[in-house]
Design a protein around this ligand. Structure first.
Ligand SMILES: Cc1cc2nc3c(=O)[nH]c(=O)nc-3n(C[C@H](O)[C@H](O)[C@H](O)COP(=O)(O)O)c2cc1C
Length: 208
């Protein structure tokens, strides 16, 4: 599983960078491949197609979410490439969580109306080094991701032949293959998992 953290901040080594380092480290310790990228409003965000989870994080300056992240939605192609992605959000600011949820989070969420938002959190600057706050953000994120994949996998149909094929796979591998096949089907627009699709997936995945 791959996650990318897209962030913006004017402060080198500030709260936002401390947070993304800790979040990235905890995700990596949970077995994820993690990359981070600092936003530039006009950058090309097509690279995020490689990632299963996109985490967006930024501070608030003068009542507005940091400009390069907002700009990536408004001027760049971030919105286009975020389509159908599972997203997590965090902001860092001084404002109380309840107020920030009303005034600041919507500045990002208005661009994410069709996305599944796994988790959203306001961190106060002091929490940028709080293991508990970061741990609970990462735990919630992973739980919600697993849940979203689980319900999605259940909606995929297996043909009779594909089911028969799965039955002969050793038991200890079956669930892993079931989940990988469902993931491949969804990513590639298949409504049904067939033996032919499994062959194609096997070749494609084998070649990577
Ligand atoms: C110039 C400036 C303006 C800020 N404006 C706001 C604001 O309008 N609302 C708020 O809640 N916090 C505001 N803050 C607090 C920052 O959002 C907070 O300190 C954040 O953690 C900074 O992240 P950074 O260390 O990555 O720059 C401001 C901070 C600065 C330095």
């Amino acid at each position: 599983m791959k996650a990318v953290i897209l962030y913006d901040s004017k402060t080198k080594g500030g709260s936002t960078e401390m947070l993304i380092d800790s979040i990235g480290q905890q995700l990596a310790e949970s077995g994820l491949y993690v990359e981070k990228a600092k936003c530039i409003a006009t950058a090309d965000y097509s690279f995020i197609k490689e990632f299963d989870i996109v985490i967006l994080g930024a501070p608030v300056y003068n009542f507005i979410v940091s400009p390069q992240l907002l700009g990536a939605f408004l001027q760049g192609n971030l919105k286009k490439h975020l389509k159908k992605k599972r997203v997590a959000l965090f902001l860092t600011c001084w404002t109380a969580e309840s107020m920030a949820a009303v005034f600041y989070l919507p500045q990002l969420k208005m661009h994410l109306l069709t996305n599944r938002i796994l988790v959203e959190k306001i961190f106060h600057p002091v929490e940028s080094s709080s293991d508990n706050a970061i741990e609970s953000f990462v735990d919630d994120l992973l739980k919600q991701y697993e849940r979203s994949i689980g319900s999605r996998n259940k909606s995929i149909i297996w043909s009779d032949e594909a089911q028969d094929w799965l039955e002969v796979v050793p038991g200890f591998l079956r669930e892993k293959i079931r989940s990988m096949a469902a993931e491949y089907a969804i990513m590639n627009g298949y409504k049904e998992i067939t033996v032919e699709m499994l062959d194609i997936a096997r070749h494609e995945i084998g070649e990577k």
